[in-house]
Write a protein that binds this ligand. Sequence first.
Ligand code: BES
Ligand code: ZN
Length: 645
Amino acid sequence: MRVHPLIAAAAMLLAACQSGDAPAPQASKALMVAPVLDSADAVDVHSYAKPLEARVTHVALDLAVDFSTKRLSGTATLDIQARPGASEIVLDDKGLEIAAITTSDGKPLAYRVGANDAILGAPLTIQLGAARKILVRYKSAPDSGALQWLNPEQTAGKKHPYLLSQGQAIENRSWIPTQDSPGVRQTWEAKIRVPAALTAVMSAPKAGEAVSQGDSRTFSFKMDKPVAPYLIAIAVGDLAFRELGPRTGVWTEPAMLDKAAAELADTEKMVAAAEALFGPYQWGRYDMLVLPPSFPFGGMENPTLTFLTPTFIAGDKSLTSLIAHELAHSWSGNLATNATWADFWLNEGMTTYATTRIVEAVYGPRVAAQQVALGIDAMNAAVTENGGSEGADTRLHIDLKGRSPDDGLTDIAYEKGAAFLRTIEVAVGRERFDAWLKGWFLRHKFQPVTTSIFLADLRQHLVRGDQALEAKLQLDRWVNQPGVPANVAQADPGAFAEVDTAVNAFKAGTQPEAAAWSRWTTDEKLRFLTRIDQRQPTGRLAALDRAFNLSRTGNNEVRFAFLTLAVAARFDPAVPALEQFLLMQGRRKFVRPLVTSLAEDKEWGRPIAARVYARARPLYHPVTTRDLDKLGLIPPALPSPLTAK
Ligand code: BES
Ligand code: ZN
């Protein structure tokens, strides 16, 4: 019988630990270490690590946060497991300033930083000798790609500075010297020293109370479950906390607390719904951090502490499927984690499917059916944008060699992935599918997963040799071929019956009634704005804006959909609102398409883009500016005195 690669890797690690080469920890401890997959499709082209030779099992950070130099500085102590005879370990390093690497008792170890790659950073190779615990003394660079340092004016309270991190996909190597690969799970702990007025939060349970000393305070955290390193996250600022339920709560700046807590009032219900669907919540607490508006994503599923954009706050809880999404990652993504970024759909597609299931349980089948229908439209748009039904990047399992993992961040992963799972659900029936899904999370909890593991698991536990079902599902076609297979489960054609009638009426010249518009849910408004012709005469946009105040609505998804139409139509009256929108928030999903379309419209849009981007750039996180800088809107920055060597 062929030994399952997981077992093979675990056995190898165990053998390594018990061999004479390494100091022998107890076998029970070795077994707790999550295995590294050894199959060819689990090789991570976005990491320099060679985890089958030597791998990091635990990271202990001891860092001071210095707002004046924009640096984290201190030490990372790494526990290592190595193959017998392994003499070196390779870590990922992006711009770290390393002062020394030593054994835990202070003996210097030789190390070398290899050639830098613009996407990946550089390999950091350390000569281990017999050492299995090493200490890296280092500083992050002021231009670290994961970290954003905000001035007081960029916060809600305007009094204190703020630090936030975004690790996914491969940014954490710019502040943590470790093996930054989702297939190499690590437990971790941290001590973080901050100015006394500020609070540090991280994606792990607190380990004791903060300790004050002079004008600083030290916060401690400990994550005893093995996680992918992209899930280590930090924020530091003037933060307050409010309980929402027995195991849910929200952190944010004091000025934001009431609004944030009101918007998040359904969270505890969502956790209960998710547990009923996917099995026990494994992370203890589910808290959320509502960040300043420069946070580059809608949400980020950092374990125990989801990070959220404040732009989801619409005042009526209408954008809270975002919370269902980040919460669902507590299973799909954080328990069973894509082994490499080529399998990103296993994180996001499964999460998008799971989101709808939570939304259905909490808000009912109609809302869920509408979100599915919006998802199918988004999937079809993504196929078009990625080369059509033959486009290589419309495959779920994609080839990212030599490219940034960001290239896989499309609605193929999210919506084609979700449509695939929905197709299986419809084919086998909900009861069987749900039993399989719960089993999937149980069988793969705290482990990396690949598309081939997914297919094997599905065949073993769901298809079970049923040839007719196998033929019906077209599993291989779904994951390895471009386009959308013909067996895709369709959206409910009646999900948006009323709005679709209004879309047709609009095409024939009639604007929706004010009463209808104000009755429509956010999803219905989005259906309308994305289904009407995307190139409208300016007169029609003016009439819509006059009637429904779309360019300045407090619902940012609706506002974005309208501003997209405004840019396409060169609708001058919306330009002030557009500028304001681009200056008040830095969510990449909103900012990137708007600035890009402006920049591509040489005569009308580009001057607007250049003017706004020059002002907005300092507000945006590095993961947002990295893309927008490529548009060449502002002259390349002179080296800043902070980064100049
Ligand atoms: N994990 C993602 C965000 C992410 C993906 C960051 C890849 C960096 C690289 C998060 O869960 C997400 O999908 N956020 C979406 C939310 C939406 C789909 C509800 C976002 O930020 O828009
Ligand atoms: Zn997600």
